[in-house]
Design a binder for this molecule. Structure first.
Ligand SMILES: [Zn+2]
Length: 253
């Protein structure tokens, strides 16, 4: 099975009609991994696979536009008859389980263990499921956040998660065949954040160029930009084929 990216959702910061927030299905080497669980992405996921058969779930960070549909999955797995044969590994920052339990009004997280197997991400986290290797790198955001490098049979997909410009992002994307990168903001504004926590289209293009990726896929474009305009701006800097991520896209890496 070649490395394949299916785009479930790209919206920021809220879902729209037929446009969920961040969510992707990464398949390859016998594994299927739901990467980011933005609102609406669990519904879209069901168009492409049986969620009960997921190999793993991988969450870049705990902002709701990347993680809230874990709640939808919990309901489906625990109460909806979509019961996985074994608890599904969930790679996520440490606070993921207690936050999810909070929605059920439960002080303990033990009852979630029947459906999810929470595994804490850290910088350099490296795991293999069948022939799919997943490596996490800590990136610059206003909460603990990770980018992902997925490798399978010599093909590489890199995903920024949410991040400002940082050396780890360029390292993560180094020579990737496909770089799925956020371009959330139109420009950096002084004083808005103590540090830069998102990318402009030009940042995405620059990182793609510096990392020598083969293709750039622009995603998570915020409300002050259109994804078409963001893609044109990123392409002017990247110097390589640059496309907009669109819901329903299936790309062999
Ligand atoms: Zn975020």
């Amino acid at each position: 099975m070649p490395l394949t990216l299916t785009v479930l959702g790209t919206a920021s910061p809220h879902p729209g009609p037929d446009r969920p927030c961040s969510g992707y299905l990464v398949s390859g080497g016998g594994a299927e991994v739901w990467v980011d669980a933005g609102p609406g992405s669990f519904a879209a996921l069901q168009r492409h696979t049986d969620p009960a058969r997921l190999t793993a779930i991988w969450i870049s960070h705990l902002h709701a536009d990347h993680s809230a549909d874990l709640l939808a999955a919990a309901y489906a797995f625990a109460f909806g008859g979509m019961t996985p044969p074994a608890p599904v590994p969930v790679y996520a920052p440490q606070e993921c389980a207690p936050r999810l339990a909070g929605f059920f009004g439960r002080p303990d997280v033990g009852f979630l263990k029947g459906v999810f197997d929470f595994r804490t991400l850290y910088d350099g986290h490296d795991v293999r499921h069948w022939n799919l290797r997943l490596t996490a790198r800590a990136v610059a955001h206003d909460t603990e956040a990770y980018g992902l490098r997925a490798e399978c049979q010599g093909s590489v997909l890199a995903y920024s998660g949410d991040s400002g410009p940082c050396p780890a992002l360029t390292e993560l994307a180094s020579s990737a065949d496909l770089f799925l990168c956020e371009a959330d903001i139109d420009e950096h504004r002084d004083g808005e954040h103590p540090r830069q926590v998102h990318l402009t289209p030009e940042d995405a293009g620059r990182i793609a160029r510096d990392a020598r990726v083969r293709e750039l896929l622009v995603t998570h474009v915020g409300p002050t930009l259109s994804r078409e305009a963001a893609t044109v701006r990123a392409a002017q800097i990247s110097g390589r084929p640059t496309y907009a991520a669109v819901e329903g896209d299936i790309r062999t890496v």
